[in-house]
Design a protein around this ligand. Structure first.
Ligand SMILES: *[C@@H]1O[C@H](CO)[C@@H](O)[C@H](O)[C@H]1NC(C)=O
Length: 177
């Protein structure tokens, strides 16, 4: 009988300790690979959960405008969480943005980096269709080639920096000893 009580209390202690541990380490990295499908090409897309609905809007608009979104860059893991990033790079450090150019559905160039930079996209019907309509879906377009959404855009610079540090820390690759 005595042995059983000891045994049960050991089990109970282990159970509580494990749960407590899991509960405390509850904050998880929210960045994951996004399976783009045929409306995207280029780099693998890594995105925060909050950016995923926006990526789906991007895909829908791309399809409607008969373009394919060629992804040049998405979430960027910094060398250290506190590394300085320009405000134009902040959405990528938060996992809420992509750098892109545009292809046709077969993969030929519609608007490359130069075209994006010189605003030639305004004169290309498919490109103008895409860029105008993604903005109507709530995405923010920043010239020359950044699309972002779902990040806490109303935060102050210092709050954004704190969010960046927290995200980067949570998502840093775990080093195995
Ligand atoms: C990432 O997504 C989660 C879940 O939607 C959200 O709570 C968090 O604020 C997002 N992170 C950033 C940096 O926007």
């Amino acid at each position: 009988m005595f042995k059983v009580i000891i045994y049960l209390s050991i089990v109970a202690t282990l159970f509580l300790a494990t749960n407590g541990f899991l509960w405390h380490s509850g904050a998880k990295c929210q960045i994951a690979a996004f399976k783009g499908g045929k409306d995207f090409s280029g780099d693998k897309i890594m995105a925060n959960k909050s950016f995923v609905p926006y990526l789906k809007s991007i895909a829908a608009v791309a399809k409607g405008c008969k373009v394919r979104v060629h992804v040049v860059d998405s979430y960027k893991q910094l060398k250290t969480p506190t590394e300085y990033v320009l405000s134009s790079q902040m959405p990528l450090a938060l996992g809420c943005g992509i750098h892109f150019d545009l292809q046709d559905p077969k993969g030929s160039t519609v608007c490359n980096k130069l075209c994006m930079t010189t605003r030639s996209w305004k004169t290309l019907p498919e490109a103008a269709c895409f860029i105008d309509n993604v903005q109507k879906k709530g995405l923010t377009f920043v010239e020359p080639n950044l699309l972002h959404g779902g990040c806490a855009s109303k935060l102050s610079t210092s709050d954004l920096e704190a969010l960046k540090v927290a995200t980067q820390k949570l998502c840093a690759p775990k080093i195995k000893g």
